[in-house]
Design a protein around this ligand. Sequence first.
Ligand code: NDP
Ligand code: OXD
Length: 312
Amino acid sequence: MSSVETLLHVGDAARGKLWAEQLPTLVPDLSVRQWPDIGDPADIRYLAAWTLPPGLIDTLPGLRFAMSIGAGVDQLDVATIPPNLPLLRMTEGTLVDGMVEYVTMAVLMLHRDMPHYLAEQRAGLWSPRRHVAAADRHVGVMGMGMLGGAVLERLAGFGFALSGWSRSPKDMPGVHCHAGMAALPAFLAGLDILICLLPLTPETRGLLAAPVFRTLPAGAALINAGRGGHLIASDLLAALDSGHLSAAILDVTDPEPLPADHPFWHHRRVLLTPHVASRTDPASAARFVAEAIFSDRAGLPLPGRVDRSAGY
Ligand code: NDP
Ligand code: OXD
C-alpha cells in the first residue's frame, strides 16, 4: 500500500473541510484528514490542532511537526509533545490585525471612560467626567512579541504615553521598554491601562494578581487578552471592589466559559468577551500551513517555531 503524506486536522469541522479542499491545491501530494478519521496513522506527517486528544501524538510515528491553530500553544499541553518534535504556532497576519483592533477598541473604551458611562446609562445618570488627553494616559503592554509589538505600534498613533515589558531587553522608538521580573514594578508604577499579551508559561501563570494590582496606581484599568490562567480572579475582584482598579476588560477567562454564577458576569466594572479578540482566518491559515509544509520538505527553517525551552 502506498503512503500519502497527510495533514491531520483536529478541531472545527468547517475549517477542516475548507483545508481538505484548499491545502491539496496549495501543496502537491498532500492529503488532509479530519480527526477522528485518521486513516493509517503512519501516513500522518503534520498535525494541526487547537487542543490535542490525550495520547494521540504517541500513535503517529511519522510526524514531522505539530502546529497550534492559534498564536498560543499552552492549550496543547506542551509537556505531552515529544521535546524533539518541532512545535509551530500560527503567526499569520490576520491574527495580528484582529488583536490590534480588539486592544485598540478596549484601550479607547477605557481611555474614554466607557465602562463608567455604560453603568451610568443603566442607572439613568448623566454625569460627564473630566476629559484626559491621550498624551496624559500611560498605557503599558506586557509581552512585546508579535501581538504586543503590533499593538504598541498602533497605540502610538493616538499619542498615548507607552511602556512595554518583555523577557529580553527591547528597543522600540517611543516606548519605554522594561525587561525581566526585576523591572516589573518600575513598568507598572505609572500605568493607567495595563494590557496583558503574554504567553501562558510557568513564569507568567497567575502573574495578574494582588502584587501587580497593588503596584498599579489607584484608578488603573486592566485588559487581559492573553490567557485566563494569567489572572487570579479573586485578586482582581478585590482590587475592583475596593475601587483601587477602575475597570477590567477580559477576553480570556479560566475556565472558558465561566460558570453561570461567576461574579465577572454581572460585575459593573468588568466587560467580558468570549475569547474573540483575534481568530485565525481559515483561508490565510491554510496558506501558513502550506508554507510550513514547503519549508519542511525543503529542509528550511519552519515558520512560527516555538522555543521549547522558553515555552512560547
Ligand atoms: P510572542 O511569543 O510573539 O510574544 C510573547 C511576548 O511575551 C514576548 O515579548 C516575550 O518576551 C514576552 N514574555 C514571555 N514570557 C515572559 C516573561 N516571563 N516575562 C516577561 N515577558 C515575557 O507571542 P504573541 O504576541 O504572538 O502572543 C501572545 C499571546 O497572546 C499568546 O501566547 C496567546 O496566549 C495570546 N493570544 C490571545 C488571543 C485571543 O484571542 N485572546 C489570540 C492570539 C493570542 P521576549 O520578547 O523577550 O521573548
Ligand atoms: C490564540 C488564541 O492563541 O486565539 O491564537 O487565543
